[in-house]
Every structure is written in structure tokens, then in C-alpha cells.
Design a protein around this ligand. Structure first.
Ligand SMILES: [Zn+2]
Length: 217
């Protein structure tokens, strides 16, 4: 793929956290959702991905994110198969336990996906971006101008009917718009999505690309 893989805990996180960004790179982006509870949310997720212009999402039909070795392996297998340059997932200090667990799983999966000792064709992810759902970043590193895809993001939010029905006064739509407007002010554009960026570790001689000779090339 060479594009973006968004690994999210629940159907709707892909839209609220990075829907505008994924829609900007729709041809090269895909969503992996780690849970689907209840299963009826799968249809909503598929419709949301369609509204963003994405291919069908990969969905693991679990109830919660259990940071197990088995789940790390399954996510690493998807990374190796999809070969993204950028992975987007949740914040380690997010209020939701499933989001924090997803961060742990993704960090470990990215590491194993890059090892020549684990995979015949390992995938070294270049960038890890962490997104905002309801917990906001104090100091974002990356602001993506999503002004031109904001209408697609709104259409994708509308697809998550079961979630919107929980809060009838339009909380989700309003929070999404206000958040994108706030980040847009910081980015000097109408609407933006904010991310924290993490440097990825090099823990040993396990990668296809070895030591660097020249820092300036
Ligand atoms: Zn979530």
C-alpha cells in the first residue's frame, strides 16, 4: 500500500480521529478496527469508510481490546500485508482503556513487523501518528489541513447512527466541528486534524535498513 493504516479501537474512531486525513489520501489509506461491539456497528463502519472514499475496512470481531500477544501478532500481520508508510493510532494517555490498549498493541506490532527475524518481507513503518478522539493533545506535532474533506468527515459521522443516537443534542457533530475549527486556527486553515508524532525505536540489528553512515543524506 505504501500509504496510511489507521488502527482504531472502535467503529467511529477512524472518523472522529483522522477521517479528514484519510479522505485526503483515500486511495492509499485503510482502516483496521480492533473491535466490533455490537456486531451491527460493522455496517456503520463500512458506510463511514465509503463516505471517506476508502476501501472496505479490516475488522476484528472482538468486544474489547485485549493487549495480548495474539492480538499483537494479528496486527503485525496486517502491517506486513498492507505495508503502510504511516500508521495512525490512539494516544497512550487517552481516557478510554481500549484506546490506551490499542496504543500498546500497535507500538509492539510495528516493532515486530519490521524484524527480519520475524517476517520474510518485513515492513519498516516510517511514521507513527497519534490522534485525538475525546482526549485532546496539549501540544500537537502535526496539523493536517482537512478543509477540503470536512464534508466527507461529516458524512462519515452521520453513518455512525447508533452512536449519534446516544446523545440526541448533536454532541458528536458539534465536538468534531469545534475541534477541527480549533486545530484549523492553529494551522492557519479552516479545519485541521491534530496528531502527536512518536519517534520509532531501533532496538537491535533486526531491520532491513541497518546503521546510518551519514546524518545529512
Ligand atoms: Zn473509541
Amino acid at each position: 500500500m505504501g500509504g496510511i493504516l489507521a488502527v482504531v479501537s472502535h467503529p467511529d474512531d477512524e472518523t472522529f480521529g483522522c477521517g479528514g486525513t484519510l479522505a485526503l489520501h483515500a486511495e492509499e489509506s485503510r482502516v483496521l478496527c480492533l473491535t466490533c461491539n455490537p456486531r451491527s456497528r460493522k455496517g456503520e463502519l463500512e458506510r463511514a469508510c465509503g463516505a471517506l472514499g476508502l476501501r472496505e475496512p479490516i475488522v476484528f470481531e472482538a468486544d474489547n481490546v485485549d493487549a495480548s500477544r495474539e492480538l499483537v501478532k494479528r496486527v503485525a500481520d496486517v502491517v506486513v500485508a498492507e505495508r503502510p508508510r504511516i500508521v495512525i493510532t490512539h494516544l497512550p494517555f487517552d481516557y478510554h482503556a481500549d484506546h490506551r490498549a490499542a496504543y500498546d498493541v500497535v507500538k509492539e506490532a510495528i516493532e515486530w513487523a519490521a524484524h527480519t527475524t520475524t517476517y520474510k518481507k518485513p515492513c519498516l513503518v516510517e511514521r507513527l501518528l497519534l490522534m485525538e478522539i475525546n482526549t485532546l493533545l496539549p501540544s500537537p506535532h502535526v496539523l493536517v489541513d482537512v478543509s477540503e474533506t470536512m464534508s466527507k468527515k461529516r458524512a462519515a459521522i452521520a453513518a455512525h447512527e447508533s452512536q449519534l443516537a446516544k446523545l440526541q443534542w448533536g454532541y458528536y457533530q458539534r465536538f468534531s466541528d469545534e475541534k477541527a475549527g480549533l486545530r484549523g486556527a492553529q494551522g492557519n486553515c479552516r479545519y485541521a486534524e491534530a496528531f502527536s508524532e512518536e519517534s520509532l525505536a531501533r532496538n537491535g540489528p533486526f531491520y532491513e535498513t541497518k546503521a546510518t553512515r551519514n546524518l545529512l543524506r
